[in-house]
Each structure stands twice: as structure tokens, then as C-alpha cells.
Design a protein around this ligand. Structure first.
Ligand SMILES: [Fe+2]
Length: 308
């Protein structure tokens, strides 16, 4: 196979992440109250009582928070990942420092439901995004069946960039993500850190430091179908989908929160078994049909820097 168009070397010798899931994501929003109400009303989240002054943290049940809102001009403030153990954090810190990336201890406020002794680090990626990694948190309240009324968990983050190759090199070669798929022109890449096809993705939108979208997982088709009806009932406009992505093979439907953040609900994402099989990243042709197998239409919200 000709790998010349792959964004990274497929046989790196460095340590790879495993069992590492997304953890939380933060936004600065102009109307914190309206955004909070939206997450309560539409996503079934509750405000955490331990939220600090001027900060609203939301999640399901009493476990780790998922969303952090602060007030101000709209921005992505940070996004986080959760490892299974402190050895993974220590190894990641070493890899980052060997690459001259400044690593700071993560504020304890971001580890508000730790299982055991919390350990966390914070660093900036090449685009200046603030990234958190921390040890395991309690996720009480997730994964409880409540079909059509509450997603089961926060599932992936897709960041916009103006240099996908540089971002993928950083996340794959230093942080330890594995490349699952990419568009053959290099403008979109999907990276994994656990069994899911992607927990992080990077898309070229011609600018850096901006979120493209983030996603919640639903349990199955029945749940997905009921969510599409529920969005209608709640008068939430669908902005893209429903459809099925080629990369990841997941069902998707998109809508916005009041601050304009693009939210995806997803189900049936492809699973990877790195302990059993070796994968070669696939090169998807940059056509509308690749990112939407059912209908072929592209998202209205995404302004790709170059033709997808
Ligand atoms: Fe997505």
C-alpha cells in the first residue's frame, strides 16, 4: 500500500495511549444562564453544586463534570482526557517534556470526582489549545438507561486547525494517539485512545484554537431515533444529519447550543481492538459521501479551509 499520503508514520516506536477516554470540555459563553438551561433542558444535565464562583459545571449524576461554562466572549477554554492510572500520566509527562512541551500540574478543581489519588497535568498543543489529562474519575450517573432522554457519555472532541499535519504529528507521535482514518488530502484526521474509532479528531477550518464540534454517545439505533424525535419536540433545530459517517461508521445528528457550539449525538461507533489486530489507517476520498454515507450532503456549519 502506498502510505505517502498518510499524515504520520504508521509504525512509530513510542508508547500509545489505551483505555483513555474523553473527560470534560470547557467553554466561555456570552449568556451563561441560557446555555446552562439548555444543557439541563435538552441534554438532561444537572449543575454540580461544587461549582466555583463564576463557573458552572454540569454533568450527569454526582460523578465527574462534563461541561464547564464561564462567562465572556465565546471561546473553547480547554478539553480533557482521562487515563486509567497514574503511570500513564507519568509516561505522558515524560514524553511531553522530552519534546520541550511545558507541563503544569492540573488544578484540583478539574478532578472533582477522583477515584483514588487524583493526578493530572495540563499543557498546550501546537495550536495553543489547553489540554488536560488526569487519572480516573467517578462517572456515577452515566451509562444508566434513559432512552431518548439523556446521552450516555461525552464521547469525542473535534478541534479545528490550520495545520492538521502538525496537530496529528503532535497527538500521535508525542501524546500517543493512534491514527484511525484520514481524508486522503490530509484535511481531516480521526485519532483513537481507547476502543472507539476516535476520541479526538482534527479538521482544517483555516484557523486554530477553535472547536469544530464535540459529541455525546447514544446507546443504539432505538435511542438515536428517539433523540431525533425529541429534538423536534424540544424545538431544537437539527443542523446536519441524521446520517452515517464513513470514518467511524457512526450514526450522527448535529445541533447547536445557545452559544453556537456544534453538538453531535452519535451511536454505533466502530470499535478497534489494538491488542488483537494491527490496523492501517484508511485514506477516505474527500467527497461529501465519505463523511455522510447516507445522503452525501456536507455540514452547513463547517467551513473547510479547502475543498473537503
Ligand atoms: Fe464527530
Amino acid at each position: 500500500m502506498n502510505n505517502n499520503r498518510l499524515l504520520i508514520d504508521t509504525n512509530p516506536s513510542q508508547q500509545k495511549l489505551s483505555g483513555t477516554r474523553v473527560s470534560h470540555i470547557g467553554f466561555r459563553v456570552p449568556d451563561i444562564e441560557a446555555t446552562t438551561v439548555f444543557y439541563q433542558r435538552v441534554l438532561g444535565m444537572a449543575v454540580h453544586e461544587n461549582s466555583l464562583e463564576g463557573v458552572v459545571r454540569l454533568g450527569w449524576g454526582s460523578g465527574h463534570h462534563v461541561i464547564e461554562l464561564t462567562s465572556g466572549k465565546y471561546a473553547l477554554t480547554h478539553f480533557g482526557f482521562e487515563t486509567q492510572d497514574s503511570e500513564s500520566i507519568n509516561a505522558l509527562q515524560s514524553r511531553l517534556e522530552d519534546a520541550n512541551v511545558v507541563v503544569r500540574a492540573l488544578d484540583a478543581a478539574y478532578m472533582d470526582a477522583a477515584v483514588g489519588d487524583p493526578q493530572g497535568i495540563e499543557f498546550e498543543d501546537p495550536d495553543g489549545n489547553r489540554v488536560h489529562f488526569h487519572t480516573a474519575m467517578d462517572h456515577l450517573g452515566e451509562h444508566q438507561a434513559d432512552i431518548g432522554r439523556r446521552p450516555i457519555r461525552f464521547q469525542h472532541t473535534t478541534v479545528g486547525s490550520d495545520d492538521v499535519k502538525r496537530m496529528v504529528a503532535f497527538y500521535a507521535n508525542i501524546v500517543g494517539f493512534s491514527l484511525s482514518d484520514q481524508l486522503s488530502n490530509g484535511n481531516f484526521a480521526w485519532l483513537r485512545s481507547d476502543r472507539d474509532h476516535h476520541t479526538l479528531a482534527v479538521v482544517d477550518i483555516g484557523m486554530r484554537g477553535q472547536l469544530d464540534h464535540y459529541s455525546f454517545d447514544l446507546s443504539e439505533w432505538e435511542d438515536f431515533k428517539q433523540w431525533c424525535d425529541r429534538l423536534t419536540d424540544l424545538n431544537v433545530e437539527v443542523t446536519w444529519g441524521p446520517g452515517r459517517h464513513g470514518p467511524g461508521n457512526n450514526l450522527f445528528v448535529f445541533f447547536d447550543d445557545p452559544a453556537g457550539t456544534h453538538i453531535e449525538l452519535s451511536a454505533e461507533m466502530e470499535k478497534f481492538h489494538d491488542d488483537l489486530v494491527t490496523y492501517v489507517p484508511r485514506l477516505w476520498e474527500p467527497t461529501p459521501r465519505s463523511v455522510n454515507l447516507w445522503g452525501g450532503q456536507l455540514s452547513k456549519f463547517r467551513k473547510m479551509a479547502k475543498e473537503a
